[in-house]
Ligand binder design. Structure first.
Ligand code: DAH
Length: 339
């Protein structure tokens, strides 16, 4: 009898199943009422009294062993473990690594939110543009250097089709299509044919704002700039305007803010001046309004444009532009929880 039990044990130990039906067949063969283990139990009656103890124990062990074997064969075929290969799929997974929002997205969203509070709506335009929207309508003279091959990426060497070099092209698109009052903000990517370095890249991001209505004055522009600077960099921020030139605005200015790193005292970042430049702006040139069939005798407007990377640089002290497009997770991880 003991020999029979150990033979059966060896047989069960060698069982292998490819599917659940086979496992069920094993269960019936060994463990059901009419199975081989039950048959042993029936024979137990005939075991001599002095062997009953040892045989009874052996049968019980065999029964447990058969039950365990059938269960583990079944488990290995239902998803609980990876076919017995030791991979336990019921374990809790490793902690999830959450992504972060890109610093440029954070800054862009913040700029948009500020202008939205002033009633500006978002407008977008194509990145592949034509000369009219990027240059001609914006009062760029035929021989303006910005049209030059060195600055502008042309598509298929066609001087008419190009990658926009600034988001000012969206101004024209909106003014052509809508009647004033117009109050828009245009975020987007722009391209320039520059050698890539820490300070220049062949693409970057801008946000443009345009307000056209009756009686829009330079005072409206100034108020908007002051509000923007205070919201973006804190209430203590001072602004100053320096006269400048853009073909599409007259008069034109560049805006500096008091250096937000040294608070205006002068440091390496602001090169000791206490001021840092952040955007260009001005009153929309009457020629631009005319090009878009808006009567400059009735309407006036202001426009401004800024680089998102520039603002991010000031806010987060990122001074190598290349970091923004390399997507090194060690860099991106620094912005976890920023918003
Ligand atoms: N388009 C200018 C640039 O790319 C930025 C700019 C300056 C936009 C003055 C404006 C503006 O709307 O009024 O450098």
């Amino acid at each position: 009898m003991l020999q029979k039990i150990s033979d059966l044990r060896a047989e069960i130990a060698a069982l292998a199943a490819e599917n659940l039906e086979q496992v069920e067949a094993f269960r019936i063969k060994y463990l059901s009422k009419k199975g081989l283990v039950s048959a042993l139990m029936a024979d137990f009656r005939n075991v001599p009294a002095d062997q009953k103890r040892a045989v009874g124990q052996a049968i019980n062990e065999l029964k447990n062993f058969a039950t365990e074997t059938v269960n583990s064969l079944r488990d290995s075929l239902t998803n609980k473990t990876d076919n017995g290969a030791g991979l336990d799929l019921t374990r809790t997974e490793a902690p999830l690594r959450h992504g972060t929002r890109h610093p440029l997205s954070l800054v862009r969203e913040e700029i948009i939110a500020i202008f939205r509070r002033l009633g500006f709506n978002i407008a977008e335009g194509p990145e592949v543009e034509d000369d009219w929207h990027v240059f001609s309508s914006l009062n760029f003279a035929e021989d303006h250097p910005a049209r030059d091959m060195q600055d502008t990426f042309f598509i298929a060497r066609n001087p008419e089709v190009l990658l926009r070099t600034h988001t000012s092209s969206v101004q024209t698109r909106v003014m052509e299509a809508a009647e004033p009052p117009i109050r828009i903000i245009c975020p987007g990517r722009v391209y320039r044919n520059e050698a890539i370095s820490a300070r220049a890249h062949c693409f970057f991001h801008q946000v443009e704002a345009l307000y056209v209505d009756k009686n829009v004055t330079f005072a409206d522009l100034l108020q908007t700039l002051q509000y923007f600077a205070a919201e973006m960099f804190g209430g203590e921020t001072k602004i100053r305007l320096r006269p400048s030139y853009f073909p599409f605005t007259e008069p034109s200015a560049e805006m500096d803010i008091s250096c937000n790193i040294c608070g205006g005292k002068g440091c390496a970042f602001c090169k000791g001046t206490g001021w840092v430049e952040i955007l260009g702006c001005g009153m929309v040139d009457p020629n631009v309004l005319k090009a878009c069939k808006i009567d400059p005798e009735v309407y006036s407007g202001f426009a401004l444009g800024m680089g998102v990377e520039r603002i991010a640089n000031l806010k987060y002290r990122v001074n190598d532009l290349r970091l923004f497009s390399e997507n090194d997770v060690r860099f991106l991880d620094e912005f976890v929880g920023t918003h």
